[in-house]
Design a protein around this ligand. Structure first.
Ligand SMILES: C[S@@+](CC[C@H](N)C(=O)[O-])C[C@H]1O[C@@H](n2cnc3c(N)ncnc32)[C@H](O)[C@@H]1O
Length: 225
């Protein structure tokens, strides 16, 4: 594991956390939970694709909001067994900052307590009623290469490609493709051309679909046969 540094956070008046290192918010200033559902869940055709053993992977764990939204969707779908969520994070937030960030989302807060107490104890692998979470600390450019898993659905959630280009590069997208199961998908809020080209080169058919809120477009795709 590469060494991680704790995230340095500033706060918008609305309660949205902003990463000082990247000068970018962790989620939409409009409604982060609605954005997660639109971009990452609908973009990957979830929860309909959940089956026992399904594996979601994410670049950028941040506040865990995407993970909790996925957990809620999985539970609403009847909680198929052994669903896994693996996320890659270089700058983990403290449990206090995560709790403060999740304060704005009453729905996520109803299920956040077991996650927050595991996180505060330093656990980076924990089980939420049969939904298994693993957060791999370190720079994803190294940790993903070493990962032995393959995901059925990817959430590509780095900060904006302009501010966090290292999480959207061609080599890393190639690793995303190499760590995707047959028929697997990705979704991301960005429609930046260089990201879409890198994902195509990594083996995905890429489409541009309507974005969340004021964003005109997002991207989603499926691994080619
Ligand atoms: C937009 S935020 C993710 C929001 C998150 N998915 C959530 O639900 O709150 C982007 C995340 O990517 C992480 N990140 C940035 N560069 C990284 C890198 N090279 N490797 C791994 N994680 C990185 C940041 O620390 C941050 O937590």
């Amino acid at each position: 594991m590469t060494k991680s540094q704790i995230a340095d956070i500033t706060w918008k008046d609305s309660g949205v956390p902003v990463a000082a290192r990247f000068d970018d918010p962790y989620f939409s200033l409009e409604d982060g939970l609605a954005e997660t559902r639109h971009v990452f869940l609908v973009g990957n055709h979830l929860p309909a694709r959940f089956v026992p053993g399904f594996h979601v992977a994410e670049l950028g764990f941040g506040t865990g909001l995407n993970m909790l939204a996925t957990f809620l969707a999985w539970r609403a779908e009847g909680a198929p067994a052994n669903v896994r969520y693996t996320s890659f994070e270089a700058f983990p937030m403290t449990a206090q900052d995560i709790a403060k960030a999740l304060d704005t989302f009453p729905e996520a807060k109803t299920v956040s307590a077991p996650f927050l107490s595991a996180w505060a104890e330093g656990a980076r692998r924990f089980d939420l009623d049969g939904f298994s979470v693993a957060v791999v600390e370190g720079d994803a450019r190294q940790t993903l290469t070493n990962w032995q898993g393959r995901a059925d659905a990817w959430f590509l959630d780095g900060f904006s490609p302009a501010k966090n280009p290292e999480l959207w590069g061609e080599e890393l997208m190639k690793q995303v493709g190499a760590h995707t199961a047959p028929g697997g998908t990705f979704a991301t809020y960005t429609a930046a051309g260089f990201v879409r080209r890198a994902l195509y080169a990594a083996g995905f058919d890429v489409e541009r679909t309507p974005g969340f809120g004021r964003k005109r477009h997002m991207s989603r795709g499926t691994l080619r046969d």
